[in-house]
Design a protein around this ligand. Structure first.
Ligand code: TEU
Ligand code: CA
Length: 533
């Protein structure tokens, strides 16, 4: 929301700005929008630190504007998913404030407050944003747990009162008519009793200490089934859980329809190739993406339904991950779209992905805004030079995806009349929505065509998945079949030309990122064929 569209020139995207662009989204074929947090917040972590679950952040607009946005969406037959951030609240939330100030307040039991036997934090858990996961409060001589920033205090889900208050809040939004939720780090909500010391080996391996005590804690399934029964189910609300680190087997337990927990999860194992973390300087090998998808397509099972995505507000752009210099940018953008929209599952695209956005040329640390990048930089400075630290931060910074939408080639890419809240480079002069709307061969049109094809052909949504030439490096080829309808997808995952293996006789070409066929498959070529009937 902060970077989508600014309607009043203060440099910050807002709800009115979103309303200005609903026709654009509808035209593209979007059925549903997911809004990152728009609740009242001091914005230490881009709104993922909520101060009031029942209010809209002033910078974004008013509750009346929110109601209007929801109505405008529904009028267009589109749906709205809110971000539900309930693993933690802001330290400025009245619950936490009262816990600090009022002796014997019931709200102390809403969080994890602990004494320590010495000067050190109660255990060795680390925060995802560098340093200890504990913050010290002098007024109480106690520490409180925060897995993310110092201003994001973990809620104690083992306290029934916390759960009840959250169910109530969810129902309040559902009563307004919102259609569902994306549940932030929802697999972290149940912590192992007593918050045991984090295992050293796991800590070193993962880069974070303590994770084995909450990645899928003892009461996770119970709490999810409870939310479903108390809030989602009566409203027929949709849910997608953000669940870092769960893997396929746990994802099955979280999403199998008969278990009544979540509808889908965002699993992240495909976002880095094995052995790498986000801040590594490396190029992503698409052969791994192929392996990952074949595995999920073949083993996730019929009771589960997958989410399909590469990008979100927490990750650099996928094109830049694959090719640091963004070589073959347009073909690569279209290849990624082809894969995402022809597999079995629900595609989620992140704003700007549909015009082939790439990472930004940030100049110095002052250009960055994200708390994770800033804290990591400070931590790195204790061991490496400023140049090296900046370079490492740039490899993985979440800010690459958080810069303004590039609507046109006008000032600030048409995002704002004022000064944008975050730096952006000059890429918008060439890569923007307006110019791509005027070009039927653009990345934007490619997305539009793919979305249209899915809506027209059920085989692309529900059809069986069948991979061929599985072991052949650099190619990803598969069928989607439903009844008499058969589609064949043929992709070159590399930046060089490769031989074509399959015979495509009897098939008609429906969509290609090169428009016409050649004898070979050219760099990142992606073709969609339909069996002629
Ligand atoms: O992200 C959770 C999460 O684990 C990450 O993707 C996270 O950014 C990364 O691992 C940190 O190293 C969610 C939100 O999507 C993210 O924006 C928030 O910062 C985070 O939760 C806390 O609410
Ligand atoms: Ca604004």
């Amino acid at each position: 929301p902060r970077s989508f569209m600014d309607s009043n020139g203060d440099g910050i995207g807002d709800l009115k700005g979103i309303m200005l662009k609903l026709d654009y989204l509808k035209e593209l074929g979007v059925d549903c929008i997911w809004l990152s947090p728009i609740y009242d917040s001091p914005c230490d972590d881009n709104g993922y630190d909520i101060r009031d679950y029942y209010a809209i952040l002033d910078e974004y607009g008013t509750m009346e504007e929110f109601d209007q946005l929801l109505e405008e969406l529904h009028q267009r037959d589109m749906k709205l998913i809110m971000d539900l951030v309930v693993n933690h609240t802001s330290d400025e939330h009245p619950w936490f404030q009262e816990a600090l100030k009022i002796p014997n307040s019931k709200y102390k039991e809403y969080y994890f407050f602990q004494k320590s036997k010495d000067q050190n934090p109660p255990n060795n858990w680390t925060s995802f944003f560098s340093g200890s996961a504990w913050n010290y409060y002098e007024e109480l001589d106690e520490w409180a747990l925060h897995l993310f920033s110092k201003k994001q205090m973990d809620l104690n889900w083992d306290n029934e009162k916390v759960r009840k208050d959250i169910h109530k809040m969810i129902r309040w939004w559902l009563n307004k008519g919102v259609d569902g939720f994306r549940l932030d780090v929802i697999n972290y909500i149940s912590k192992r009793e007593g918050l045991p010391q984090g295992n050293e080996t796991i800590g070193k391996l993962m880069g974070y200490y303590g994770v084995e005590n909450y990645y899928y804690g003892p009461n996770l399934h119970k709490y999810l089934q409870e939310i479903r029964a108390e809030a989602f189910e009566p409203y027929g609300a949709f849910s997608v859980g953000e669940t870092p680190g769960v893997g396929m087997e746990m994802s099955k337990l979280l999403t199998a329809d008969y278990r009544k927990e979540l509808d889908m999860v965002f699993s992240f194992d495909h976002l880095e190739t094995p052995g790498h973390v986000r801040f590594d300087d490396y190029e992503y090998d698409l052969n791994y993406l192929k392996e990952y998808y074949i595995n999920w397509m073949e083993h996730y099972g019929n009771a589960c339904w997958m989410s399909l995505f590469y990008e979100n507000h927490d990750n650099p752009r996928m094109i830049s991950k694959v090719s640091k210099n963004n070589l073959h940018r347009e073909q690569l953008a279209k290849l990624l779209a082809m894969i995402q929209f022809t597999l079995k599952g629900t595609p989620f695209i992140f704003q700007g992905q549909e015009i082939g956005s790439v990472n930004k040329n940030f100049r110095t640390m002052e250009d960055l805004r994200d708390v994770e990048s800033i804290r990591l930089y400070q931590e790195l400075l204790t061991t490496v030079s400023p140049d090296k630290a900046f370079k490492e931060v740039l490899s993985g910074s979440r800010d690459h995806a958080r810069t303004p939408m590039q609507w046109s080639n006008k000032k600030n890419g048409g995002f704002t009349e004022g000064t944008p809240w975050i730096y952006t480079d000059e890429d918008y002069k060439e890569w923007n929505v307006e110019s791509q709307l005027g070009n039927e061969n653009s990345v934007l049109y490619f997305y539009k065509k793919l979305i249209g094809l899915r809506k027209e052909h059920k085989a692309l949504i529900y059809g069986d998945f069948e991979a061929v030439h599985k072991k052949k490096k650099d190619r990803f080829t598969y069928f989607r079949k439903l009844g008499n309808e058969v589609f064949y997808i043929e992709c070159n995952l590399s930046s060089h030309s490769i031989k074509r293996y399959s015979s495509i006789q009897g098939y008609e070409l429906v969509l290609s990122n090169y428009n016409t066929l050649a004898n070979e498959l050219r760099p990142y070529e992606a073709n969609l064929y339909k069996l002629s009937t």
